[in-house]
Ligand binder design. Structure first.
Ligand code: PHE
Length: 449
């Protein structure tokens, strides 16, 4: 089949470049902000096992589906879906672009707080613990939050302007190893604290009863999609810059394992620190609270070392956030380039300005941020995953040929297709139901009171 994108489309220059860029997309605020918190709240190691099961049965097949579509069509989501499925599937591509806009616009607000904590940690150290909560409330919403939101959007845009090789690949090749070193170093440091043992015990305490609830299944599925950057075309878009000699199953496994590795290690950093300073009871009802209130107070308790450790922690978080932001922005930018035929620079500037403006309400009101996360980061991703599985499972005639390119002798691709046809849609439909009920309640609570 002729390639829709034409022969001139840029490609990643190396296998490692693509892998690290995709891992960069996957590893982000989701790993450190949601994963360890969810595990601790929802049955510890039992949740971790459920999450691994969800990743293997649902996440990996959908990731492979996105890669197959992207590489096969060599085009951004709207055109790639039309390439294999006809124009009827174009609206799904448009929905992906919309999800990219929604997710990036609130994600950048959180990345902005992170940047502020990283910079202030280096310059001033961390505040007196009794003030952390007030401080967070003060900086989380308002003109200053908006300012940092704009700043991180400028950083992300200046990377994406460089294109795939000169921007995204180059930055990922440097930043991802830095992130890995930081997180491993921090986990080693955390293990030396007295009280670390109790932190691990809390993290790994296993309670199988607590995962037998629909909400937990929904959390595990939502988290898997968000954390692996699935369901909105980010992996699809990166894969559109791949040549056909890449071994897609190996790539998807590398990405999923690295993403899980970082999420797991983040817990190995966070829990020992919280327990060492007796802050475990402040693992608040809000996932953001743990990250931006409780941890900074632990860093303040540590004194001089805390300033270094805390700054390194927020720098690692910022690196993860920026490499995820560029993948979100690239979904929007590449779609604009491919559909409107704009030059990259214009596409980046216009997309970034629109997204920054769209994110302002989230920078001024944390409830709006929460709602955008629920709709963009949960509902739209699970829905996107559902549609992708139906697309590749039922509508795309040459899926097995496409996925096989670059591999030899793999006999189990029919199993992959079987999962996409039956298992993935069944699980995601179930999850969708609870997500919609949850979202309706959330909106009711916001506007009803
Ligand atoms: N995977 C990123 C994270 O864990 C977020 C993300 C979602 C990025 C969807 C791209 C697409 O932080």
């Amino acid at each position: 089949m002729a390639t829709a994108g034409g022969g001139s489309r840029e490609t990643f220059s190396s296998k490692l470049g693509f892998t690290l860029a995709a891992v960069g997309s996957a590893v982000g605020l989701g790993n450190m902000w949601r994963f360890s918190y969810m595990a601790a709240e929802n049955g510890g190691a039992a949740f971790v096992m459920l999450y691994i099961l969800m990743t293997a049965l649902v996440g990996l097949p959908v990731m492979l589906a996105e890669m197959t579509i992207g590489r096969g069509a060599r085009n951004s989501p709207i055109k790639a879906l039309a390439h294999f499925g006809g124009t009827a599937w174009q609206p799904l591509g448009l929905l992906f672009v919309a999800a990219g806009v929604i997710i990036l616009s609130y994600y950048a607000v959180i990345a902005g707080w992170t940047a502020r904590y990283a910079v202030e940690g280096v310059v001033f150290g961390f505040l007196d613990p009794s003030k952390s909560a007030d401080y967070f409330t003060q900086i989380a919403s308002g003109p200053q939050a908006a300012m940092w939101h704009v700043a991180v959007m400028i950083v992300a845009s200046s990377i994406v302007v460089g294109g795939i090789r000169g921007g995204i690949e180059r930055v990922s090749l440097i930043l991802m190893p830095v992130l890995a070193l930081l997180i491993v170093g921090l986990a080693i440091y955390a293990s030396t604290l007295s009280g670390a043992g109790e932190g691990y015990t809390y993290y790994f305490s296993t309670d199988f009863k607590s995962i037998l609830k629909a909400e937990v299944l929904q959390d595990a599925a939502g988290q898997a999609f968000f954390s692996l950057s699935l369901g909105m075309g980010a992996i699809l878009t990166y894969s559109s810059y791949l040549s056909r000699d890449h071994h897609l199953p190996n790539e998807s496994l590398m990405i999923a394992v690295s993403d899980f590795g970082v999420a797991f290690m983040a817990g190995m950093v966070i829990f020992p620190i919280l327990f060492a300073f007796g802050l475990q009871n402040q693992v608040s009802g809000s996932t953001l609270g743990t990250l931006f209130i409780t941890l900074p107070s632990a860093f303040a308790h540590m004194g001089g070392a805390g300033r270094i450790i805390g700054s390194l922690f927020f720098i690692a978080l910022l690196v993860g956030a920026i490499t995820s932001m560029i993948s979100l922005l690239e979904v929007v930018v590449s779609s604009v380039i491919d559909t409107l035929k704009w030059p990259r620079k214009r596409a980046v500037v216009v997309a970034a300005v629109c997204i920054t403006l769209f994110g302002l309400p989230a920078a001024f009101d944390i409830n709006i941020l929460g709602l955008m996360d629920q709709i963009g980061g949960n509902v739209m991703l699970v829905f996107g995953g559902l549609m992708l599985s139906l697309f590749v499972g039922w509508a795309m005639p040459d899926a097995i040929d496409e996925v096989s390119a670059g591999t030899s002798g793999i006999k189990w691709f029919f199993l992959w297709r079987g999962l996409l046809r039956f298992v993935v849609p069944a699980v995601l439909l179930f999850v969708m139901y609870f997500l919609i009920v949850g979202t309706v309640n959330m909106i009711g609570n916001m506007f009803g009171s």
